[in-house]
Design a protein around this ligand. Structure first.
Ligand SMILES: Cc1ncc(COP(=O)(O)O)c(C=O)c1O
Length: 364
């Protein structure tokens, strides 16, 4: 039986994309790889809505590595603001608190989003080097009102960093238009490639502001990776540390498919699948964790009322669909999550709803 992975990343897969990584004798200097890296870097700019003034980075690791690499731009003693909608928003704080910077934090109730007003309140007469937030909060499925929050953050901080790990490739993503300085994602979520690469784009203004002595370590210091990325963009091989060669072969192909499909159509495909899932779960008497106006197109948190989410997940898996457990401690034992991103189709969404309905009958 073919299993459908509707987890929150890796999510719905594609053999076609995976198979692109199966190539023997390809090294980081081989012509096929140099071309794949060049085109993947351009593809990153495309899916993130970043113009050519942005420098794209693809480094080994995952979304967390790309997040931590932001330390390249911070100096000892810098004050930063973290605005969090849940567990992954909190990850910014966990990372930054490991470094000698001062972190101010605001959070929201699960299912809600921090507001422009909450930023105004905490930032009263303060000035930050950088503000941090999350586009789609994977622990709840909440999509932050990005343009509204960026506008507010710009008033109180020099730079703005956005975690688009569970968004880029499936949600509208406009680094240039929104004025994001540091935009992060990973290979395995809505872009739909295997895990193994941390991805970011950095605005020209932020690149010009790399401090002489930053707080970053060695392998995640983007000033070490800068020349390598510029060289690949120029169609020439380069080395700082070994890139995840085979992941990047797949990533390049996934990004080529994204360009062919276009982001407009991709965003609409994700919305259509999300709508179908939300309609299905509401018919079953469930509710989404996210308030209706804040539902993301990539992740849905489902409150299950009296039904045990663990039993539902086990019964769904027996029927061939793997969903994700809940992770937000405030909602422990009350919800689970559906990832509907990457190569999700309306057919997958219909199967997911059908399977869930069967599982519900079994466990009720
Ligand atoms: C919003 C968000 N940020 C960051 C991460 C961390 O990414 P990774 O697991 O690729 O390190 C995740 C992973 O689920 C995420 O959903």
């Amino acid at each position: 039986m073919r299993r459908i992975l509707m987890h929150v990343g890796p999510s719905v897969g594609s053999y076609e994309v995976l198979l692109k990584s199966v190539k023997e004798d390809v090294g980081f200097g081989s012509p096929e790889f140099v071309e794949a890296m060049r085109s993947a870097l351009e593809g990153v700019r495309y899916v993130m809505g970043a113009d050519n003034s942005f420098t794209p980075f693809i480094i080994p690791g995952s979304g967390t590595s790309a997040m931590e690499a932001v330390t390249t731009f911070l100096r000892e003693g810098d004050r930063v603001l973290v605005a969090s909608n849940g567990l992954f928003g909190d990850r910014w704080r966990s990372i930054l608190e490991r470094y000698p910077v001062k972190v101010d934090y605001i959070g929201s109730e699960p299912g809600r989003s921090i507001s422009a007003k909450s930023i105004q309140e905490i930032a009263e007469s303060k000035h930050y080097r950088m503000s941090f937030f999350t586009q789609v909060e994977t622990s709840t499925g909440v999509r932050a009102p990005v343009p509204e929050l960026v506008k507010e953050m710009k008033k109180v901080s020099e730079f703005v960093a956005l975690d688009g790990v569970a968004a880029v490739g499936g949600e509208e993503s406009c680094a240039s238009k929104w004025g994001i300085d540091y935009y992060v994602t990973a290979s395995q979520k809505a872009i739909g490639a295997p895990p193994g690469a941390g991805i970011s784009t950095v605005s020209g203004r932020l690149m010009e502001n790399i401090p002489e002595r930053s707080v970053s370590g060695y392998s995640l210091d983007l000033s070490n990776w800068k020349r390598t990325m510029e060289s690949f963009l120029d169609g020439k091989g380069s080395y700082f540390a070994t890139p995840p060669v085979h992941v990047i072969l797949s990533l390049d192909y996934a990004l080529r498919l994204a360009r062919e499909e276009t982001m407009d159509k991709r965003v609409r495909r994700h919305i259509a699948s999300r709508d179908q899932i939300v309609e299905g779960i509401e018919e079953m008497g469930f509710e989404t964790v996210a308030e209706p106006g804040l539902r993301s197109s990539t992740v849905t948190g489902v409150l299950t009322g009296k039904i045990s989410p663990g039993d539902l997940l086990a019964a769904s898996l027996r029927r061939g669909v793997e969903f994700a457990p809940g992770v937000h401690p405030a909602l422990a034992g009350r919800y689970f999550r559906i990832g509907h991103m990457g190569w999700i189709t309306e057919k997958d969404a219909a199967i997911a709803v059908h399977v869930l309905r069967g599982a519900l009958k079994e466990v009720s």
